[in-house]
Write a protein that binds this ligand. Structure first.
Ligand code: FE2
Length: 282
C-alpha cells in the first residue's frame, strides 16, 4: 500500500510533449495516471497548458520536479517556489517529488543531477531543504534516489543509509526509482535487493521504472531512452511483492518507440503489478 492514499493507483506514464498527442488520441487503458515536470508548464501559455488540461480530463496528475535538488546548499528561490505551489494545487497532485542531489548553485542551473557526498552533513542540508520546500508548497514531498557515476566526495555511509537518514530526519516520503538502484548496484557492485530490503514500506509514495544504456566498457547510464531490461523487471516484481500497491511510473524521455511498443511495455508492467500485489488494475 502506498504511503499516501489517493486516486493515483497502478501504472502511469510520464506525459511528454513528443508523445502527448498520440496518447491523448488513443487513451491507452494501460495508463491509469500521468506524471509531469512543473518546469514545463509554469508560466507558459499555448500548447503546454492546453495539453495538460486535456490530460487532466482523463488522468490524475502527479508532479515531479527537475530543478529543486534537495541537496542544494543555498535556499530555493522564493518566487519560483510560490509559482510552483500554485501549480501543484491547481493540478491537485497528491505529492510532489524532487531529486536527492544538487541541480544548481545560486542562479546557475546545471541541467543535470549532481550527486552529493553521502555524509551526515549533506544529509542535514537535504533535511532542511526538504522541510522548507514542504512548508512552502503545502504538499507532501517525496525525495527520489538518483544514479551517479563517481563516488561523490568522501562518503561516510552507503547510499541506502544516506537515503534512510534523510527520510527519517525530514519525516519525508520516497519516490523509489528501482532502475536507479539497479544501475548504481551494477556500477558500484552492491546487491540491489539488500538495498530495497532496508526501505520502510510506509515511506514509499511512488515507484519509478525506466530503461538504461550499457556502454561498451560496461558502465550503465540512466537514459530513460531504452526498453526496461529483464533484471529491472524482476527487481520491480520483487519490490512490489514487498511493498504492495505502490503506484508505478514508466519514465520515457527520449528515443521514443512507437506507441504500440510503449503500450506493450505498460502492459507488461501491469501484469507484474497485478501478479506481485494480487490487485487487479485493468
Ligand atoms: Fe526516476
Amino acid at each position: 500500500m502506498s504511503a499516501l492514499s489517493s486516486n493515483v493507483k497502478g501504472i502511469g506514464l510520464g506525459l511528454r510533449q513528443p508523445i502527448a498527442d498520440a496518447l491523448l488520441e488513443r487513451l491507452p487503458k494501460e495508463i491509469s495516471w500521468v506524471e509531469v515536470h512543473p518546469e514545463n508548464y509554469v508560466e507558459r501559455g499555448g500548447r503546454f497548458p492546453h495539453v495538460l488540461g486535456r490530460a487532466r480530463e482523463h488522468w490524475p496528475v502527479v508532479t515531479h520536479g527537475l530543478t529543486l535538488g534537495l541537496g542544494s546548499v543555498s535556499p530555493f528561490e522564493r518566487e519560483y517556489v510560490q509559482t510552483l505551489k500554485k501549480f501543484l494545487h491547481e493540478v491537485e497532485t497528491p505529492w510532489h517529488s524532487e531529486h536527492l542531489c544538487v541541480t544548481g548553485v545560486d542562479d546557475v542551473m546545471f541541467h543535470d543531477l549532481i550527486p552529493i557526498p553521502l555524509t551526515r552533513a549533506a544529509a542535514r542540508i537535504a533535511i532542511q531543504r526538504l522541510r522548507e520546500l514542504r512548508d512552502a508548497v503545502e504538499k507532501p514531498i517525496a525525495l527520489e534516489n538518483i544514479t551517479f557515476y563517481a563516488e561523490p566526495g568522501k562518503s561516510g555511509m552507503d547510499e541506502a543509509s544516506f537515503v534512510l537518514d534523510v527520510l527519517d530526519g525530514a519525516d519525508a516520503l520516497l519516490l523509489l526509482d528501482v532502475n536507479n538502484i539497479y544501475v548504481n548496484a551494477k556500477n558500484f557492485g552492491f546487491d540491489p535487493r539488500a538495498y530495497l530490503d532496508r526501505i520502510p514500506k510506509e515511506r514509499v509514495a511512488q515507484i519509478h521504472i525506466a530503461g538504461h544504456l550499457i556502454q561498451p566498457d560496461g558502465l550503465r547510464i540512466d537514459t530513460h531512452g531504452e526498453a526496461i531490461c529483464e533484471d529491472v523487471f524482476s527487481l520491480l516484481e520483487y519490490t512490489l511483492a514487498r511493498l504492495g500497491e505502490v503506484p508505478v511510473l514508466l519514465e520515457r524521455d527520449g528515443n521514443y518507440p512507437s506507441l504500440d511498443v510503449l503500450v506493450e511495455e505498460l502492459r507488461r508492467l501491469t501484469e507484474i503489478y497485478e501478479r506481485a500485489t494480487s490487485v487487479k488494475v485493468l
